[in-house]
Design a protein around this ligand. Structure first.
Ligand code: PHE
Length: 335
């Protein structure tokens, strides 16, 4: 065989392989050219019998023959497989919906709160989950015998620090770090030694609010909370204060939103009271200002906390707080 013979054999074989209509035809073509008794043997024979000065050229062509044809076989095999896959693919089948993620209900409420209070000029502040008793209790005017300090209620670390029981210590950290005025909200995790049930969790979230300036009043507190409630739950929502006690505010209130479901007439969501309890608030106690070096004769302020899970449950109709932590996609997909 001459080099020209080999070249035209490559061309012929490539053509045959590239047009093989079935896997069986392709395999027959492969055997015909590359098999043990295939045409490749003619080339190898010619190579063996060639005079030494021709061996180099022929050897190169023999290799070219093998690699070119093997590549052609592989390519054709793939093309045939792809064609077969398309032939068996049912183009009328309904598509599969990609699973689209969504934000967790707790995150959704926190983001709404940041947005709404942002419209009132509040900026987000942050503090650590592991707190000192000073920030969590002392600076917040909480007496040493106060029951909330009890290890039965609060998680303590061996070094005396604790898992914050509310977001109120962020008030202290913010006021320690800058002079008045301040207008912050602080969303975050809180921890209490509560037995888990449908409405309690040892780990939950609050959003803290703090507004300190000259002549901040209870009317500001009520107005701002009303604005928040209406943005969040609807334009007709009303707000009411009930007297309460917190060590760090004086006077202190608990505040309720009128039920957004029945409009205050009474229904299952509000347990027939017409009102939904949200959380605590009040005017910052002068002792708190003293603890952070603010002058209570110069400034006044209000503070509030709100339980995020509670708001999420009411707003989204979630009956059990534990559903918020189980990460069951069938639940999470609904929001
Ligand atoms: N920290 C209080 C609580 O966890 C709520 C609160 C915050 C009350 C700010 C008054 C002012 O219950």
């Amino acid at each position: 065989m001459t080099p020209d013979d080999i070249q035209s054999l490559i061309a012929e074989a490539s053509q045959e392989i590239a047009t093989a209509a079935t896997p069986a035809a392709l395999e027959a073509a492969r055997v015909k050219y590359l098999g043990r008794n295939g045409r490749v043997q003619d080339i190898l024979l010619a190579l063996r019998e060639a005079p030494p000065d021709r061996k180099r050229d022929l050897g190169r062509l023999a290799n070219e023959f093998k690699t070119a044809l093997q590549a052609a076989v592989d390519a054709r095999r793939e093309a045939l497989a792809a064609a077969a896959a398309i032939a068996t693919f049912d183009v009328t089948q309904p598509g599969r919906w990609p699973a689209v993620g969504s934000r967790h209900p707790v995150t959704q409420i926190i983001e709404r709160a940041i947005e709404i209070f942002g419209q009132l000029g509040f900026v987000v502040a942050d503090g650590p989950d592991i707190e000192t008793p000073f920030h969590n209790f002392d600076a917040l005017n909480t007496p040493s015998h106060h029951p909330s300090r009890d290890p039965k209620d609060t998680f303590y670390l061996d070094d005396g620090r604790l898992l914050r029981t509310h977001t109120s210590p962020v008030q202290i950290r913010v006021m320690q770090s800058r002079p008045p005025p301040v207008r912050i909200i602080a969303p975050g995790r809180c921890y209490r030694r509560d037995t888990t049930d449908a409405t309690h969790s040892a780990n939950f979230h609050q959003v803290e609010g703090l507004y300190v300036d000259r002549r901040v009043s209870m009317a500001d507190l009520k107005g701002d909370l009303t604005y928040f409630a209406r943005q969040l739950m609807g334009p007709d929502v009303k707000i009411r204060f009930r007297p309460h006690f917190f060590p760090f505010t004086e006077p202190s209130v608990e505040y309720d939103f009128s039920c957004h479901v029945c409009g205050g007439k009474g229904c299952r969501v509000c347990k027939h009271s017409g009102w939904i309890e949200i959380s605590g608030a009040g005017m910052v106690d002068p002792n708190v200002f003293r603890a952070v070096g603010y002058d209570p004769a110069e400034v006044t302020g209000y503070a509030f906390g709100m339980g995020i899970e509670r708001i999420a449950m009411i707003l989204l109709g979630i009956p059990d707080i534990r559903m918020l932590y189980e990460n069951d996609v069938r639940f999470l997909q609904q929001f």
